[in-house]
Design a protein around this ligand. Structure first.
Ligand SMILES: CC(C)(COP(=O)(O)OP(=O)(O)OC[C@H]1O[C@@H](n2cnc3c(N)ncnc32)[C@H](O)[C@@H]1OP(=O)(O)O)[C@@H](O)C(=O)NCCC(=O)NCCS
Length: 167
């Protein structure tokens, strides 16, 4: 699966274990504003706890992601992490600034929702900061059955029920 952004060809694929080492390079293409929207607090780089959490979740099969890659560099990813109830997961996404607005966020969210559905997930949850229209639109474009459940702590909350996949 590919898309073209400016002169770059971007490939979408599932997360691989060694992607964790590529996040450091990805961060140079992410503004502080985008990082703050993703992690909910002002930050100048990816917080220390984040890669550690991915490594643990990946090892336990409680975390997975879909990645957009260009020239060996990660330019966006959408992820889910299981809650204590393995039928529920939290969804999040981040696309490097120069790649935003080209449909990548929507496609990544759609793909990671399929990954979650193929695993144990029956309900996806998403929280985004009030006013984050790009994230709101990407969520609705990817998940048309998304339901807004309310405003809490400065965040819009959403849920999406995933039908069981037939095996
Ligand atoms: C949210 C995010 C992942 C969306 O990625 P993206 O690649 O720009 O998304 P898309 O190109 O698929 O655009 C989705 C929709 O948002 C719209 N959009 C994009 N940027 C926008 C902006 N700055 N303001 C308003 N709408 C915007 C697009 O036009 C599109 O709407 P449409 O379907 O009506 O055409 C990206 O903006 C991002 O990484 N933001 C910072 C981190 C973040 O907010 N994460 C979400 C919370 S976890």
């Amino acid at each position: 699966m590919t898309t073209v952004v400016a002169s770059d060809t971007v490939h979408l694929r599932s997360w691989r274990a060694d992607d964790i080492d590529k996040l450091g390079r990805a961060v140079s293409g992410i503004s502080q504003n985008a990082l703050a929207r993703r992690f909910g607090v002002p930050c100048s780089t990816i917080p220390d706890w984040y890669p550690a959490g991915i490594a643990e979740g990946w090892a336990r099969s409680t975390w997975n992601a879909y990645v957009a890659e260009s020239r060996g560099r990660i330019v966006g990813w959408a992820e889910y992490g299981l809650n204590s109830d393995p039928h529920h997961a939290d969804l999040a996404a981040l696309v490097c600034d120069r790649y935003q607005g080209n449909g990548l966020g929507t496609r990544l969210v759609k793909e990671v929702a399929s990954l979650a559905q193929a695993a144990t997930v029956r309900v996806l949850h998403a929280q985004i900061q009030v006013g984050n229209q790009a994230a709101r639109k990407a969520l609705y474009a990817a998940l048309p059955d998304l339901r807004y459940t309310g405003l809490q702590d400065g965040q819009w909350h959403y849920v999406m029920h995933l039908p069981e996949t037939s095996s």
